[in-house]
Design a protein around this ligand. Structure first.
Ligand code: SF4
Length: 460
């Protein structure tokens, strides 16, 4: 029997799972009860409220089984490629090869949260000089050293140039430790000079054509590295196919975002939506499975919309969320405080945008890479956030600062001011730690104040 939508604890999920199985729930090869992930170390799940649908079950199982699936891919003879920092472009290129599986080792960013810092990755990183003055991406150092969270890739590809100091310093250390790296340069995006030939980018930005050509040449270098690794040359047809696959995925995700972020009552919680958006980065190492997961979420949301049901009360305060929170629990906390997420910019807006299919494929990928919100000015990012906040009818904005992150020392202030000036809606800028329990009451107070402010403005 179909259950009404609800956010439930892990304990409740583990009681629900056998009932679903008894009712004939079919799962993919990575399926199973969610409680097993907590037993294996992802103990943060015990502090989260999770959506009770089979679609959400599949989403979490896909995300939390990535390490096993990467090992399986290697055992099947696939080349494992670690791509770093560009967030969403090189995996599209890698996906054009039939025997390559790409993933982001920087995804270890979340491991200390999921494992509640019992895995020792931050301590290990500290031994190499990466203390809390670096953002959670420092966990990647420990993961490379102990080899327990992902298989050591057959090739590492990292963008350099307009990237944050954290990844720059850490990846240089990895090279020093003996991990070979192919670097490709990403220039800082600049506005075209007057009269300078320019190109339109996804997200509405522009860049000088000369920058697009430069990045295109850099991506051609990445393509050559992958060709040497696989012994197979990519032709234009392969590249076009990879881009079409990426766009197919992005279209489903964008449809899901539009439905969830605009429907009332909210049909899917912000935690599952954060996880779903992250799938776009590298398909969680499996394009087919990630697509199936996304389609199931879309179906679930569609059914909830038809039934006019959701996981939150109607008329909940609509909040646009900026930056990924270091602690996943923060998303639940906003909802417990009477808010809901109605739009996001998690540092990878360019990965949600469709890639041009009507131009030379590497040029299209170069334009996408240059649309990375992190390689241009903070003012441009702030302007994009304002546009999206308007699009989704946001009544307030949360800017979650990331402890130690070199990219966000002052950007929160710039974005916050831009939102206040342009939209005249309340903004909360707050640091969210990897485990926000100790700051829970302070964070809760700030989120409750934001929600209260929004509700007062509605009635005034
Ligand atoms: S959170 Fe910021 S500083 Fe950390 S890896 Fe991402 S972009 Fe770099």
């Amino acid at each position: 029997m179909k259950m009404p939508p609800e956010q439930i604890t892990l304990e409740q999920w583990d009681k629900r799972y056998p009932l679903l199985k008894a009712q004939g729930l079919q799962e993919r090869f990575y399926g199973g009860p969610l409680g097993r992930h907590a037993e294996y170390g992802d103990t943060r799940l015990r502090s989260l409220k999770l959506d009770n649908s089979p679609a959400a079950l599949a989403l979490w199982n896909l995300l939390l089984s990535e390490n096993e699936r990467l090992h399986r891919a290697r055992a099947e003879g696939r080349k494992i490629v670690g791509t770093m920092k560009d967030l969403g472009t090189v995996p599209v290129l890698a996906d054009c090869f039939k025997n390559v599986t790409a993933f982001y080792p920087d995804g270890a960013w979340w491991t200390p949260c999921l494992m509640e810092q019992n895995e020792g990755l931050f301590e290990s990183a500290s031994q190499y000089g990466f203390d809390e003055s670096f953002c959670p991406v420092r966990a990647m150092v420990g993961a490379f050293i102990n080899g327990e969270h992902f298989p050591i890739p057959d090739a590492l590809i990292c963008s350099t140039g307009a990237i944050c100091d954290d990844v720059s310093a850490i990846t240089q250390k990895l090279v020093q430790l003996g991990f070979a790296m192919h670097w490709w340069e990403m220039p800082r995006r600049r506005m075209p000079d007057e009269g300078e030939e320019s190109a339109l980018l996804p997200c509405g930005w522009k860049a000088p054509r000369v920058q697009v050509e430069f990045v295109q040449a850099e991506l051609a270098g990445v393509k050559s590295v992958l060709e040497a690794l696989t012994g197979r040359q990519l032709v234009t047809k392969d590249l076009r196919r990879g881009i079409q696959r990426a766009n197919g995925f992005r279209r489903i995700l964008n449809e899901l975002r539009l439905l969830v972020y605009t429907a009332d009552p909210c049909p899917m919680g912000s935690l599952e939506m954060l996880a779903a958006e992250m799938l776009a980065l590298h398909y969680c190492s499996d394009y087919t499975e990630a697509t199936l997961v996304l389609e199931a979420l879309l179906d679930e949301v569609g059914e909830r919309l038809l039934a006019a049901t959701g996981v939150l009360a109607a008329d909940t305060a609509r909040v646009f969320w900026v930056n990924p929170p270091a602690d996943l629990r923060a998303m639940n906390l906003l909802e417990e405080c009477g808010g809901r997420v109605c739009g996001t910019e998690y540092l990878f807006a360019h990965t949600l945008a469709e890639i041009r299919e009507d131009i030379e494929p590497l040029e299209a990928l170069a334009r996408t890479a240059l649309a990375d919100p992190m390689v241009g000015s903070t003012h441009e990012r702030a302007e994009y956030i304002c546009r999206q906040a308007v699009r989704f009818g946001a009544e307030g904005v949360v800017i979650s600062r990331i402890g130690g992150a070199s990219h966000c020392a002052v950007e929160g202030r710039v974005i916050g001011q831009a939102v206040r000036d342009a939209l005249e809606i309340p903004v909360v800028e707050t640091e969210i730690q990897t485990l926000c329990d100790s700051a829970d009451s302070q964070l809760r107070t700030r989120l409750e104040a934001l929600v209260e402010n929004i509700k007062q403005r509605r009635s005034s």
